[in-house]
Write a protein that binds this ligand. Structure first.
Ligand code: DCP
Ligand code: MG
Length: 359
């Protein structure tokens, strides 16, 4: 393995598919249900990535928050040897490798990966040829389109899909708004999916919008998979400060067929792929217009930023924030809207320090 010399990036190798040293450690804790340790490494990685300078010695990090003993030990190893033996061991560990492979399939989380691993399954072939394995619809689609959906989606592809959804939405609701969110909204050039927020000024209409949109996509012959979840949003409920809780807006998880002719500069496909189309994962979420700002903030990410923002709201401001609302515990009421100026500046400040390739 080829090490890089900068700890601020914390790469164990220069090959991007082998990823971040801390991300490997965090992932391994996630696979072992050790949420606290997993979060600690993700936090530490975020802190280091935000530094505008390169760490050349451990002493330079002594005043930084969120760097625990274990993190410092790994950093020290990286600084001294240019590699982390713990990370290298994990990368060649059968359990880690198998979990990594299985969870790369759409619809397979650590629990299913564990079940399959404990049954002695180690490869996709083992899974697909085992008669006792029952794959749900999502996992079937995950395997069927594995090559395409495990390949990064380019910004041009995301923009093209946004236009396709925009057209389908406007055929039904001319006043509707469609916004690109998730990683592309943070300026990423590539992502694992395309996240879009769809809303209409007519309150209540957003609840029935997505089934019409997916019907339209089906008519066009581009809907390869659809998991629709109706809204369970209850405006009387207080924001949920538990970060991992999904929001209650109407949403759908899709796989769409994208034609190369619709993408400026062509598809981001493997060399030699001459099909002229590819499958792409797309998430649509449809909040009521009066919750749009909160949904947009929550879906823009990154996950760590959202987590820290909620913690900041709770601990420093005595407020509860989630994708539905911002609730002031002292005043006993929710904010009607978010101040765009403040949120944008907050985002910029966070992103300025980031060295994750996101701007
Ligand atoms: N999100 C969240 N909590 C989760 C999952 C997602 O708050 N458990 C938010 C933050 C994410 C956004 O939703 O930024 C979109 O989720 P993605 O998983 O699509 O993440 P990104 O778009 O940021 O990354 P990628 O570019 O890989 O798609
Ligand atoms: Mg995304």
């Amino acid at each position: 393995m080829k090490p890089t010399c900068s700890v601020s990036c914390c790469k164990v190798t220069e090959r991007s598919d082998e990823g971040d040293a801390f991300e490997v450690l965090a992932e391994n804790y996630e696979f072992n249900n050790m949420d606290g340790q997993c979060l600690a490494f993700r936090r530490a990685a975020s802190v280091l990535k935000c530094l505008p300078w390169v760490v050349w010695c451990l002493g330079a990090t002594q005043d930084l928050p969120c760097l625990g003993q274990h993190t410092k030990e790994v950093m020290e190893e990286l600084l001294q040897c240019g590699r982390s033996f713990e990370v290298e061991e994990l990368l060649s560990d059968e359990r880690y490798q198998t979990f990594k492979l299985f969870t790369s399939v759409f619809g397979v989380g650590p629990k299913t990966a564990e079940k399959w691993f404990c049954r002695g399954l180690r490869s996709f072939n083992d899974i697909l040829t085992d008669p006792s394995i029952h794959l749900n619809r999502m996992q079937q689609s995950g395997f069927l389109h594995y090559g395409d959906i495990s390949r990064a989606v380019s910004k041009a592809e995301a923009v093209s899909l946004r236009s396709i959804i925009d057209e389908a939405v406007h055929a039904i609701a001319p006043a509707a708004a469609v916004a690109l969110t998730g990683g592309f909204c943070r300026g990423k050039e590539f992502g694992h999916d395309v996240d879009l927020i769809v809303t209409t000024p007519e309150l209540g209409m957003e609840e029935s919008l997505l089934p019409y949109v997916t019907d339209e996509l089906k008519k066009q012959g581009i809907l390869l998979y659809c998991d629709y979840q109706a809204s369970t949003f209850d405006m009387r409920k207080l924001p949920n400060h538990h970060f991992e809780a999904m929001d209650h807006f109407s949403k759908c998880f899709l796989i769409l067929r994208l034609e190369g002719s619709q993408v400026e500069g062509g598809l981001h496909c493997a060399e030699g792929d001459s099909r002229g189309w590819r499958a792409v994962r797309v998430d649509l979420v449809s909040p009521p217009m009066d919750r749009y700002a909160f949904a947009l903030l929550g879906w823009t990410g990154s996950r760590q930023f959202e987590r820290d923002l909620r913690k900041f709201a709770r601990k420093e401001r005595g407020m509860l924030l989630d994708n539905h609302a911002l609730y002031d515990k002292k005043k006993g009421r929710s904010a009607k809207r978010l101040s765009c100026k403040q949120s944008r500046e907050g985002c910029k400040a966070y992103q300025r320090g980031g060295s994750t390739g996101e701007t």
